[in-house]
Design a protein around this ligand. Structure first.
Ligand code: CMP
Length: 137
């Protein structure tokens, strides 16, 4: 099915000038950019976005990191794009993410309390609908 997903270029990706490279990979895969915005996310938005992680040891550092600079939020469409973008992104830990993926090629572990892993992608159709409503209204 044609789906939509929320992709975020996190503050580390924007600060490292990797937004263009990340957009290039999404476009090269054949997905459509439907909407895009630069966002300085506040606590309200982030606590809703990351509600499922509340209470985990990396939650507070994650919320702090996500407020450390602008984020690029992108509405991306395509056949099986939810699963497809997560495959493009690679697994959470950039050290072990497969080469060829965004995190595997461009990310590394900075030895911090939270994985600064360049991108976020919705993990299910339910998450995509919820997250797109949060970031794009
Ligand atoms: P994301 O896909 O945005 O969802 C939650 C984020 O928390 C994740 O990317 C990482 O940035 C971070 N994260 C997830 N698991 C861990 C972990 N075990 N240790 C540190 N950070 C994590």
């Amino acid at each position: 099915p044609v789906e939509e997903t929320l992709v975020l270029v996190k503050p580390d990706g924007v600060a490292r000038n990797l937004t263009g490279e990340i957009l290039r990979r999404i476009e090269a895969k054949g997905y459509q950019l439907v909407d895009i915005r630069l966002v300085e996310a506040d606590l309200e938005l982030l606590s809703q976005h990351y509600a499922e992680h509340q209470g985990k040891p990396f939650y507070e550092p994650l919320i702090e990191f996500m407020q450390s600079g602008p984020i690029v939020a992108i509405r991306v469409a395509g056949e099986r794009v939810i699963e497809g973008f997560r495959s493009l992104a690679g697994t959470t830990d950039p050290t072990t993410a497969a080469p060829g993926t965004i995190r595997g090629d461009l990310g590394r572990d900075w030895g911090l309390k939270v994985q600064q892993n360049l991108v976020h992608g919705s993990d299910s159709p339910e998450s995509a609908a919820r997250e797109l409503a949060l970031w794009f209204g």
